[in-house]
Design a protein around this ligand. Structure first.
Ligand code: SAH
Length: 360
């Protein structure tokens, strides 16, 4: 049977798919001085314009050439939710119909954005909404940056993004090829001026990729999703652990610390009756006591298809107490945007067809 002909949607590349140097080269190739690249970047990253026409200090014919050659914000915002705590979430539809989510979180002294790196996820963590339908594809550098730039435009003129966490849909270390240029572009001249120290990359724990990230010489923060102190429980929750193992994850995180000097955060989603027992807290403390580490306990965000629930507050506090008394700093993550499905993966999941047989 012949496949239905694909509908040819002309897609112009996002202009910020090019980094500063590549954009300067493009300008020169088109008969315009390279410094125009910095002007363009200033309009996009600094002045938050939504069209090439607004870039007033560029010659009109050059603006027209840019508009014929590139896009700025080609994704469609299919949902924009605002929570009672002013967390905002965008569901973006890409040219091929795929959906991604990104979130803006507000705290008195911080404006943090959370972005996605893949459509779906291949890691299959059993409590996570993002991987329930598997991995569709990697996002491009431009698709990653569009999330940041769109969230930035939700802020008033006198506010700026202060922190960026790569904790949305997908496994960031499985798409470093798109992610790293996006993060670098944000830090280059004319970018958002977000230092690497304000950027946190969260990983399921892929040892070789953790080492690769450590080697690039940037001070990004690393968060490792540990979620259990023993192999059996971790493999049950994070299936890729079966082939990797906790020791290999910790050894890679140790190397990350040795190379970058950045303290590693260990994420641990507390699931009632699964990984929240005092004995597990003691075991976790045993693993991390000798390391320069911090534990971020994440309350389980409800996922309709799943039956995991968060422990009671006293049980959570007991877990924190055991870690702290053992000398392992631990904090419980504040829940943000609970009334808008702000935790990543959930909005997209609601838009997808229900699975033939939903996992429990
Ligand atoms: N793939 C990356 C990013 C995932 S999202 C990683 O594995 O780290 C960031 C964190 O949220 C991860 O620790 C992830 O395990 C956790 N998480 C996923 N689903 C969750 C849920 N329903 N409730 C609480 N935390 C969740």
């Amino acid at each position: 049977m012949l496949a239905a002909p694909a509908i040819a949607v002309p897609v112009l590349p996002r202009i910020y798919e090019l980094n500063r140097e590549a954009l300067a080269r493009w300008c020169e190739d088109h008969g315009v001085p390279g410094y125009r690249a910095d002007q363009i970047r200033k309009w996009i990253f600094g002045k938050r314009v939504d069209s090439f026409a607004e870039m007033h200090d560029l010659p009109a014919n050059f603006r027209a050439l840019l508009a014929e050659s590139f896009s700025l914000f080609p994704a469609t915002v299919t949902e924009h939710r605002v929570a009672s705590d002013r967390t905002e979430k965008l569901l973006l539809q890409l040219h091929d119909g795929e959906l991604v989510e990104c979130v803006l979180m507000r705290e008195p002294d911080r404006r943090t954005v959370c972005i996605s790196t893949q459509v779906g996820c291949a890691m299959g963590c059993v409590f996570c909404a993002s991987g329930l339908r598997g991995l569709k594809r990697n996002l491009t550098t431009g698709e990653i940056l569009e999330q940041v730039l769109r969230l930035d435009r939700l802020l008033p003129r006198d506010e700026a993004i202060t922190n960026l966490v790569v904790m949305g849909i997908g496994e960031p270390l499985a798409n470093l090829r798109s992610l790293l240029p996006a993060l670098e572009s944000l830090n280059e001249k004319g970018g958002l001026g977000l230092g690497a120290r304000r950027i946190t990359i969260s990983t399921v724990g892929l040892p070789e990729k953790i080492r690769e990230l450590a080697q690039i010489g940037k001070a990004y923060n690393l968060a490792v999703s540990l979620h259990a102190p023993d192999e059996a429980t971790r493999s049950r929750l994070v299936p890729v652990n079966d082939k990797i193992g906790i020791d290999a994850v910790l050894a890679a995180a140790d190397d990350f610390f040795a190379i970058t000097g950045r303290r590693v955060t260990y994420e641990y989603v507390l699931l009632s009756g699964v990984n929240d027992a005092p004995v597990q807290a003691r075991q976790l403390a045993g693993l991390l006591q000798s390391r320069v580490a911090h534990v971020n306990l994440i309350p389980m965000n409800h996922v309709d298809e799943l039956t995991f629930v968060e422990p009671t507050a006293p049980r959570t506090q007991e877990f924190v107490r055991i870690l702290t008394e053992a000398g392992v700093p631990a904090t419980v993550r504040k829940r943000k945007g609970a009334d808008i499905d702000a935790a990543c993966g959930q909005l997209r999941l609601h838009q997808l067809e229900p699975a033939a047989s939903a996992p429990v």
